[in-house]
Each structure stands twice: as C-alpha cells, then as structure tokens.
Design a protein around this ligand. Structure first.
Ligand code: 5BU
Length: 267
C-alpha cells in the first residue's frame, strides 16, 4: 500500500513536506514510532540507532542531556540517523519571543543545522513559530514545529481552553507540522483530534505497553489505543531504550502502532 492508501484523509490534508516525509517513512517501516533517545552518552545513542532503526521513524533527542557531547560526535550521530532513514526531532520546548527563539536555533548546539522537527510552547504567542522557521531559513533548511497542546505529565497546566487556543493558532500557521497530545489519555486525544481536524499531525508521548504511572509524574497509556484515538506518532522512551532488548521492544511498539492505524482506517 502507498502512503495515501494507508493514511487516507490525513495524507490528502496534511500537505506540509515534512508531514509527508514522516508519513512516507512510516509506511516504509510499518511503524508510527518515534524513539525518545534519552541516553546520556554518545556511545549509548549510537548503539540505539544500531538496535532500533528498522522499526522507528524518528529519533527524539534532548541534545543538552548528553554528558560527552561534542559537535563532531553529534554530526556523526545525525549522519548515521539520516542514513538509517530517521527523522531527527529535538524536543527543545522553545518558549521565548520570536527573535530569541531564532537565535536559540543557532548557538553552541546549532539545532537549525540538524533538526527536522522541534517542539515549542505557544505561551509567548505565535511569533515563536516565525522565529523558529527563520532559524531554519538562516541555515538554508526546512523544518516543522510541533506545538505543545497537551502534556503527558501529572498536574500540568495546559488546561482545555489553553489547548484550544494553541490549536486554533497552530492550525493557521504553515510552519506548524502538528501538535503534541497526551498519549496517556485516549479521551483527551479524541477531543484534540476533533479540534485539530485532518490537516495537522498529532504526536504523543506518555505511551508504554505497561500502562500506568511512570517516574516522577509521568503517565502511560496504551500505544494502540493512542493511535486509534487520533495519534499519528507514538513517542516512546524508556519502553524501548531501557528494555533488555531494545530492538525487540521497538518492533513490538511498531506493531502496536501499526495495528492502531489499520484499525483506525478500517484497513
Ligand atoms: P518515557 O521514557 O517514554 O517516559 O519518555 C518520554 C519522553 O517524551 C521524554 O523524552 C520526555 O521529554 C518527552 N515528553 C513527555 O514525556 N511528555 C510530554 O508531555 C512531552 C514530552 Br511535550
């Protein structure tokens, strides 16, 4: 099946080049999994690519938690990820005014030169998206912003009226690839999908095959249920990178997410 047959209305409506690149890669790998690559050594990160690349569509990074980070090692890591057909997603959660966000895309980590996707809060207003897009433009590259419409963590302050405003403003912006939704609560995801419609993607952290509470306020929901409820990409961290066999775990999450997409689209 090609991407349009698999994704249906989402493929037709979500026309941003980065959205389509994601959807096509997902079809190639039969997976809707983004691995939260939360390991704090470069060796640990390189090993993850070797273990999971066949079953994962994107790698989500926190560049500032790597103990032995260096520009050279990071370049090599990104080249290896790209060669393995992985999108690179820096979960930076930008939140400042537009011009500072633009500058923060540069700096020591130079996120604009290697990230295909970044996260942002819309707390400072919609100019943040223009700032981030200008950052990619400064490097002669294109990228997509995922706005935090919901979070997975207990007690977060992203209330329904805030979520709605993020969605209204985000839907109107071409630089927005989609939204972060709460993967741990299918009912919340259903509501988010209704607000978002078909034109933008929803990516969801807070997903684990072991449903329940995680460390320090994290909450987990079932991967298949998240996709059925409207998620286009499940973001999985410890469920894969802390598994005894990360490759097998990635395969299991890929299958669970793919079954969700097939069920959602009646395939
Ligand atoms: P976990 O090990 O599957 O719990 O990792 C979850 C990852 O998703 C981790 O990198 C968080 O930074 C990220 N995350 C999240 O857990 N919840 C959120 O609402 C957002 C990001 Br936004």
């Amino acid at each position: 099946m090609n991407a349009e047959e698999v994704w249906g209305e989402r493929w037709v409506s979500a026309t941003a080049p980065m959205a389509r690149r994601y959807m096509e890669t997902a079809v190639r790998k039969s997976s809707l999994v983004c691995l939260a690559a939360d390991r704090n050594t470069m060796t640990g990160l390189f090993n993850l690519i070797d273990d999971v690349a066949d079953h994962v569509v994107a790698l989500k990074t926190h560049v500032d938690l790597v103990d032995d980070w260096s520009p050279e090692a990071w370049d090599e890591f990104c080249s290896k990820a790209t060669a393995a057909d992985l999108l690179i997603f820096e979960d930076r959660k930008f939140a400042d005014i537009g011009k500072i966000s633009r500058s923060q895309m540069a700096g020591q980590y130079n996120i604009r030169t290697w990230a295909d996707l970044v996260t942002a809060h819309l707390i400072s207003g919609p100019d943040i998206v223009d700032g981030l897009q200008a950052g990619w433009g400064d490097a002669g590259r294109q990228g997509g912003v995922l706005l935090l419409a919901q979070m997975s963590s207990r007690g977060n302050l992203l209330q329904p009226d805030y979520t709605e405003q993020v969605v209204v403003k985000g839907k109107a912006h071409d630089g927005v690839l989609g939204f972060i939704g709460n993967g741990s609560r299918p009912a919340e995801l259903n509501e988010l999908r209704t607000m978002v419609g078909e034109g933008k993607l929803i990516w969801t952290p807070g997903v684990n095959l072991a449903v329940g509470d995680g460390d320090m306020g994290q909450r987990y929901g079932d991967p298949t249920e998240a996709v059925v409820a409207g998620s286009d990409c499940i973001i999985v961290g410890s469920g894969i990178h802390q598994a005894e066999n990360p490759g097998l775990a990635a395969k299991a999450y890929a299958r669970a997410s793919w079954e969700g997409l097939m069920a959602r689209n009646g395939l």
